[in-house]
Design a protein around this ligand. Structure first.
Ligand SMILES: *[C@@H]1O[C@H](CO)[C@@H](O)[C@H](O)[C@H]1NC(C)=O
Ligand SMILES: *[C@@H]1O[C@H](CO)[C@@H](O)[C@H](O)[C@H]1NC(C)=O
Length: 375
């Protein structure tokens, strides 16, 4: 009986209300955080990839491990984590926000809407919490996840062909007000949300985001809306992440103008190289920010970044005596002209295992001034 009970407490929620709202891994265990790398579809005969395979790195692991499921399965880390939204039903004790500049269908027969040309945030994510804790998932997948009334988790075909990235962090309740404030700066396109009365007074910024009052001026009427803010967000089990959030008025490249000088680190950046007006590698003002051109995450297989829709950055050097390296940032902003004027951001962590996992993925970069070099 005892064994049975302890097994229960580690299993993923199946509609019951005993499991905490959390990031979950492939085995259904609650985890403090995970990174997921959804690999692109490849027509390489030697290692055919169907586009639904992924690599997972969770707190405590030694590097990337192959996903135990497909990204569309409800039994994988992403399905178990985001799936909590659908198993909640009309729970008046649970708050959620789904935002995406390329939203999924809102109803049966509805078409998805690409807002990527609009001035709203170029930003994608999921927030789900109750009065104790919850998670914030930041990702790169268009039309993901489905609205709650879709009734069940699935991964859209729009996210299959290209590589995609996900960072999930479990936070205690009091961090969600800060997360809400970061989202207010981002001005996200919220396509589905609910912040019930029982939670609205605890996380008013999230309630405001849900009401689409996304301009910070709404809570601070006499203060000029901030164009950017970075804050430390400590996870439930005590890992410090730094969230960088910018709004449209920031009007500059996130990585070169702000993240690199703040972290005091050069950066290698993976982003959607097929977006128009991409920014070349930039070595001005003391920081080298290089565009990655060829990658091999987890040494699974090598591909051009034109097949990868992920947006992440890694320090070229490990952290060490004197050197302030060892950073990994995963977010939703590309390096292109249009996105200088769009809301969005990135979530950074200085951790040797996560650093190695991303650093070894970057093979070839664009040199400042042109040409290709080993990263
Ligand atoms: C995902 O699974 C659903 C069934 O749950 C299926 O209808 C859909 O086609 C699948 N999508 C992909 C991209 O495999
Ligand atoms: C906003 O970004 C600038 C760099 O463009 C930085 O110097 C400043 O500290 C940031 N502001 C906040 C509040 O983080």
């Amino acid at each position: 009986m005892l064994l049975f009970l302890s097994l229960l407490s580690f299993s993923a929620p199946l509609g019951g209300d005993t499991s905490p709202i959390s990031c979950y891994n492939d085995n259904g265990a609650a985890v403090d955080w995970f990174y997921m790398y959804k690999l692109p579809k490849e027509h390489d005969r030697k290692s055919p990839q169907q586009g639904e395979n992924y690599l997972l790195l969770e707190k405590g692991s030694e590097g990337w491990t192959n996903g135990k499921a497909k990204v569309n399965d409800t039994t994988g880390a992403l399905g178990r984590t985001v799936g909590q939204l659908y198993s909640q039903g009309k729970n008046t004790e649970v708050a959620y926000i789904l935002y995406n500049d390329q939203r999924p269908p809102l109803d049966f027969g509805d078409r998805w809407v690409d807002n990527s040309g609009s001035r709203g945030g170029h930003t994608k994510g999921v927030v789900l919490l109750d009065k104790n804790q919850g998670f914030w998932l930041v990702h790169s997948t268009p039309q993901f996840p489905p609205v709650q009334k879709a009734g069940q988790y699935y991964y859209p075909s729009s996210g299959v062909i290209n590589g995609q990235n996900f960072i999930c962090v479990t936070y205690p309740l009091d961090r969600f007000q800060t997360i809400g404030e970061q989202l207010q700066i981002n001005q996200p396109n919220v396509y589905d949300c609910n912040v019930p009365e029982s939670l609205a007074s605890l996380v008013p910024a999230l309630a405001a985001v849900c009401e689409k009052k996304h301009l910070p001026g709404h809570i601070l009427p006499h203060i000029k809306p901030v164009s950017n803010r970075s804050v430390t967000l400590t996870s439930k089990d005590g890992t410090d992440f730094i969230s960088f959030a910018k709004g449209a008025s920031f009007d500059n490249d996130l990585y070169h103008s702000w993240v690199a000088p703040t972290l005091q680190s050069d950066l290698l950046v993976q982003f959607w190289i097929r977006s128009p007006g991409t920014l070349p590698s930039d070595c001005s003002q003391g920081w080298k920010v290089l565009d990655i051109t060829l990658i091999n995450p987890g040494q699974a297989f090598t591909f051009q970044t034109s097949k990868d829709h992920s947006k992440w950055a890694v320090s070229p050097e490990a952290t060490g005596s004197g050197a302030r390296g060892g950073w990994v940032c995963v977010g939703d902003i590309n390096r292109n002209k249009a996105e200088e004027k769009r809301g969005g951001g990135t979530v950074c962590l200085q951790d040797p295992v996560v650093w190695k996992a991303y650093r070894t993925a970057a093979l070839q970069c664009q040199a400042c001034g042109g040409g290709k070099i080993q990263c």
